[in-house]
Design a binder for this molecule. Structure first.
Ligand SMILES: [Zn+2]
Length: 113
């Protein structure tokens, strides 16, 4: 489960920011997770739960923002939702498209009381 190392990364990022901003307690962290980021949200949630012990995030609410993957067809410019990277345009069946969103995996915001 690679979500464990991702969770540890996220905690490190938050701790680094907290140090810079001299924050002692974080009340909420919002994390953007794209549906084709390769991360299973449930696994990440679990990984965060076990990893936050004895960190600045121990009592923080972890909020996952699921971002549905979208692509834009390079042939007909149609924009469509995709479930996986190997997909095709539902309008013209082209396999050539660019991912507009859905690969996100980042700390979106940190909240303090
Ligand atoms: Zn198309």
């Amino acid at each position: 489960m690679h979500e464990l190392s991702i969770a540890q990364n996220i905690i490190e990022i938050v701790e680094e920011n907290a140090r810079k901003l001299k924050l002692k307690i974080i009340s909420e962290v919002e994390i953007d997770v794209g549906t084709i980021s390769g991360v299973v949200p449930e696994n990440l949630e679990f990984a965060m739960d076990v990893s936050v012990k004895d960190t600045i995030l121990e009592n923080a609410k972890i909020k996952l923002n699921i971002i549905k993957a979208k692509a834009k067809c390079l042939k007909c410019s149609n924009e469509f939702e995709i479930e996986e990277i190997y997909s095709f345009c539902p309008k013209c069946n082209s396999f050539e498209f660019e991912i507009i969103q859905g690969k996100e995996l980042k700390v979106k915001s940190i909240k303090v009381d």
